[in-house]
Ligand binder design. Structure first.
Ligand SMILES: Cc1ncc(COP(=O)(O)O)c(C=O)c1O
Length: 384
């Protein structure tokens, strides 16, 4: 089996698996907020996970609030920033954000009567920074927040988040950066990012699903969204997912250990794409010329449905995804691709292949063989 949907969810990485097996054997299992010895031992493990994670994420332990993952983190930060927003204020976001951001922006725009402005996307999948600069100049202090992701989940395109941070800092605008898809895929430092808020989901980097964290430059800017027993400095109620949080520290350590292999992964990915483009010159690799995470390929052969390719690959034990939202068998181009100006004949054909640092590089050879065979077969019965 070849699992090539790391952007959806990465499998538990080898070191996390080993850690967990050992951890489940030895314990302790207790409430980290209990004052007895086992509770305190569990707390020490949790705080060690915070310290290790902070070091590897380029921040301090005090900047980290553990939670269940990015969706919660995003909802929490927007709630904190926008709950008292004034009517004439503006939320600026991009057209390529994950629905966890899109829906929360729409929610707050509606609830507080705020204006929602969407930054246009360039053809290569990167946001139009020049337009954003103009808006910041024009609207300045009316802007309640700017939110742009660090790397896109579909295309892998890396956004100019450091430049956006600098823009925001000049005007004191809170910058919310969805870093879910860059952490565990490319080196990342919260401090260097300059963002006010950033997010991590454990399952995107080989840690346990349901674990995650917010990075906040100043945690006092957060208001509790989940009210409870005073955990996480009273900012996120509920007994901490200490096992999950420990696996985040292990997953981040694993990424650091493996990061010298990023170059090889990028090289293998580029070779794989070049091979497909040579065999099918009409194929399109989305965001090919943008800065991209090393592990993502988003490719389309116009006229061939992505879902048909996915089914062909799956029949050979290769698990990839498409981006198409499908209803009544009418797959449609994703909103990310639409915002890039991608036409429907390309948009309906996309297949996303996303691997990780622990994936054998030979997999690209196998996936390449299977894709070429699928494209050849499906070209004879063009789907649209
Ligand atoms: C860019 C991005 N942001 C946020 C999320 C939400 O993460 P989770 O479902 O782990 O809360 C995802 C998940 O796919 C994502 O890709």
């Amino acid at each position: 089996m070849i699992y090539a949907d790391y952007n959806g969810s990465a499998p538990i990485c080898a070191d996390v698996k080993e850690y967990l097996i050992n951890r489940l054997e030895t314990g302790p299992f207790a409430n980290p907020n209990s004052i007895h010895q086992l509770g305190q031992k569990t707390l020490m493990g949790l705080e060690n996970a915070r310290a290790v994670s902070a070091k590897l994420l380029g921040c301090l332990p005090k900047n980290i609030i553990f939670n269940s993952g990015s969706t919660e983190g995003i909802s929490h930060v927007f709630y904190s920033i926008l709950t008292d927003a004034k009517e004439d204020q503006i939320i600026i976001t991009s057209g390529i954000e994950h629905s966890a951001v899109v829906k929360v922006c729409k929610h707050w725009a509606h609830k507080r009567n705020l204006q929602l402005m969407i930054i246009p996307t360039l053809e290569n999948g990167v946001i139009d920074l020049e337009t954003l600069k103009g808006w910041v100049k024009e609207y300045g202090s009316r802007i309640a927040t700017i939110t742009v992701m660090a790397a896109n989940n579909e295309t892998g395109a890396i956004q100019p988040f450091k430049e956006i941070s600098a823009l925001c800092a000049d005007d004191n605008i809170p910058f919310i950066c969805d870093t879910t898809q860059i952490i565990g895929k490319e080196p990342f430092s919260f401090k260097e990012s300059g963002a006010d808020f950033a997010f991590l989901s454990g399952h995107k980097l080989g840690a346990l699903t349901g674990s995650g964290l917010i990075m906040a430059k100043d945690v006092t800017k957060l208001k509790p969204l989940i009210i409870g027993g005073g955990q996480e400095k009273d900012l996120r109620g509920g007994t901490q997912n200490y096992l999950g949080n420990e696996t985040i520290a292990v997953g981040l350590t694993y990424f650091q250990k493996m990061s010298e292999k990023l170059h090889n992964l990028r090289e293998a990915r580029d070779k794989f794409e070049a091979r497909l483009l040579k065999s099918f010159p009409e194929a399109v690799v989305i965001s090919k010329d943008a800065p991209r995470v090393a592990s993502t390929t988003y490719i389309s052969l116009p006229g061939i449905h992505g879902q048909a390719v996915q089914i062909e690959l799956e029949s050979q034990g290769i698990f990839v995804t498409t981006s198409s939202a499908c209803s009544d068998n009418e797959p449609s181009t994703s909103k990310v691709l639409k915002s890039m100006g991608v036409t429907d004949d390309v948009g309906r054909g996309v297949v996303r292949i996303s691997l990780g640092l622990c994936s054998p590089l030979e997999w690209y050879e196998t996936i390449g063989d299977a894709m070429i065979a699928a494209y050849e077969k499906l070209s004879k019965i063009k789907s649209f």
